[in-house]
Design a protein around this ligand. Sequence first.
Ligand code: ZN
Length: 199
Amino acid sequence: MSNGLPRVLRAAPAGPGIDIAAAEDATRRLLQALGYDTSDEVLDQTPRRVAAAYAQMLTPVDFEFTTFPNEGYDELIVARSIQFHSLCMHHLLPFVGVAHIGYIPDGRIVGLSKLARVVEHFARDLQVQERLTEQIASCLQEKLTPNGVGVVMEAEHMCMTLRGVQKPGTTTVTSSLHGAIRNDPRTRQEFLALVRGDK
Ligand code: ZN
């Protein structure tokens, strides 16, 4: 299996086709429905900007998931506080936070920057945080087949802090644990302590 050459895998593409002109048109109509005069010079370019912003936030960036042979490391590898932002599927409002990712390698390891790329890839979609967490863990499980993988995400949802119950500073925490990080109590505890930043 290990021939010393990096194994290159492509992350699965996601996201439907985006019709920019239709998005601009719909934004203009939304502004009108909210009582704004879109012929006003100040709002003239807003539909174009909004459509472009959503298109960017909903278009995943493809990348090469390059892995390397593991030279015998069998302990946890943890990348903490990977910043991300995504869009809540229920309100089209952002949720913003950090992801902590750990894995125990088997035959392959991956560059740490690729872990951030995986987060970014799945975050550029209409999301719920639970699904995002699960997708990242499943992707790493599938592509690395490690002995264990854990993903913990903490995020502030604008739909909670700016509307509805309006509780600024509230964070939502989700986790997806697989393999030894889920099943071995010592490893699980070690992972969660590293995520919390305990010494
Ligand atoms: Zn929401």
